[in-house]
Design a protein around this ligand. Structure first.
Ligand SMILES: NC(=O)C1=CN([C@@H]2O[C@H](COP(=O)(O)OP(=O)(O)OC[C@H]3O[C@@H](n4cnc5c(N)ncnc54)[C@H](O)[C@@H]3O)[C@@H](O)[C@H]2O)C=CC1
Ligand SMILES: O=C(CO)COP(=O)(O)O
Length: 358
């Protein structure tokens, strides 16, 4: 095979990782000769209950039986437990692991990446720098550690539905036309439409924040508060998300909030996401989110609690917690410092109602 074919690597193989690997693996087979049809997918090795290795099962059954069961992964997607091998000579690296593992994974990959490569992050979450108390985005960690550009893709993309080829859309943050063309070729399909904006960072922050507001919707739903209240939580939460983004970048375009990465992802997640369902269960049963994640999610990761913690720290450092009561209360509930009922009680005094209207 010619070495000039562009190589694609998928770093991650969880619920979304497996679905997007299948999506791109399928698409690449339909393209011309520009791309190497063989896609390596990094899979953190696991021994399954029957003693078999997850990578071997993926490569023989062509299905991720643990993280995306009953969905086919095309044969040209090969799982490997060797992280370095998965990215060797890759031109396009797609990062799709839970956000808490990004720093360590990137550190392992340091100095191993082609200088002409670029990355695309599908990861929803961020860090707050302990020294500066500023946001540290996943795309920045990837870019700064691996020394390559990093785009972001966020949107209402519940993995199982994407695997079922049910219509959805996504927003891609990119400031390079050539990268846009590549990403469009690899991802855009009649049932998966993509739109591009240069706001890599805002797109990413929205993707992270919506998990926390989806949890808030889960808390009030678990308390049987009703549709009106759930809608109010989503509206107020969406307002807090926008205000949060404006702390990062004051002049971000309003259009971005109306894209799939904004309002649509919040709606999808608050209807059927894991963070919403986990939070609902917590309010119903008083179990901790940690316990729910451990016992009910079979290794999948809730990204909302970690993001709520980082967001709380960021806002606390800026003395702004009172302006963001949903983010504040979401964290305090996750930590079991307040009951979900408190979030409900606090709605009536949300700062939205004391702000002057035009
Ligand atoms: N599942 C979904 O519907 C969607 C998920 N996302 C985002 O994509 C990212 C990845 O999510 P999923 O693929 O759903 O993962 P997941 O929630 O299924 O998590 C399981 C994955 O984490 C991996 N993992 C466990 N320990 C690890 C470690 N120490 N280092 C690296 N990886 C480790 C496991 O091997 C497994 O592949 C998250 O940020 C999530 O918010 C975004 C859109 C949709
Ligand atoms: O991000 C998602 C859909 O776009 C999935 O959200 P959950 O991780 O809450 O399932």
């Amino acid at each position: 095979m010619s070495t000039s074919l562009k190589k694609i690597a998928i770093v991650g193989s969880g619920n979304w990782g497996s679905a997007i690997a299948a999506h791109i693996g399928d698409k690449v087979l339909q393209l011309d000769t520009e791309y190497d049809p063989q896609i390596l997918m990094w899979c953190k090795e696991e021994i399954l209950d029957d003693g078999s290795k997850l990578t071997e099962v993926i490569n023989t059954k062509h299905e991720n039986v643990k993280y995306l069961p009953n969905k086919n992964i095309p044969k040209n997607v090969i799982a490997t437990s060797d992280l370095s091998e998965s990215v060797k000579d890759a031109d396009i690296l797609i990062f799709v692991i839970p956000h808490q593992f990004v720093k360590t994974t990137c550190e392992e990959l340091k100095n191993q990446i082609k200088s002409s490569a670029f990355a695309l992050t599908l990861i929803k979450g961020f860090y707050v720098d302990e020294k500066t108390n500023e946001l540290l985005l996943v795309s920045e960690v990837i870019k700064n550690t691996l020394n390559i550009p990093c785009l972001s893709m966020m949107g209402a993309n519940i993995a199982k539905e994407v695997a079922d080829k049910v219509f959805c859309e996504a927003t891609i943050g990119s400031r390079d036309e050539e990268h846009n063309d590549t990403v469009r070729q690899l991802i855009d399909r009649p049932y998966f439409r993509v739109r591009f904006y240069p706001d890599i960072e805002i797109i990413e922050i929205l993707g992270a924040l919506k998990n926390v507001i989806a949890m808030c919707a889960g808390f009030v739903d678990g308390l049987k508060a009703g549709f009106n209240t759930r809608a109010a939580v989503l509206r107020l939460g969406f307002r807090e998300m926008i205000n949060f983004c404006r702390l990062y970048k004051k002049e971000s375009t309003t259009d971005i909030y109306l894209e799939s990465c904004g309002i649509a992802d919040l709606i999808a997640s608050a209807l059927g996401g894991r963070n919403y369902n986990g939070a609902k269960k917590m309010a119903e049963t008083n179990r901790s989110l940690e316990d729910i994640e451990k016992k009910d999610l079979n290794g999948q990761s809730l990204q909302g609690p970690g993001t709520a913690k980082e967001a709380y720290r960021f806002l606390e450092g800026k003395n702004l917690l009172d302006q963001f009561p949903l983010f504040r209360d979401a964290y305090l509930i996750c930590e079991k410092k307040i009951e979900p009922k408190k979030l409900l009680d606090n709605l009536s005094n949300h700062p939205e109602y004391s702000q002057k209207q035009q």
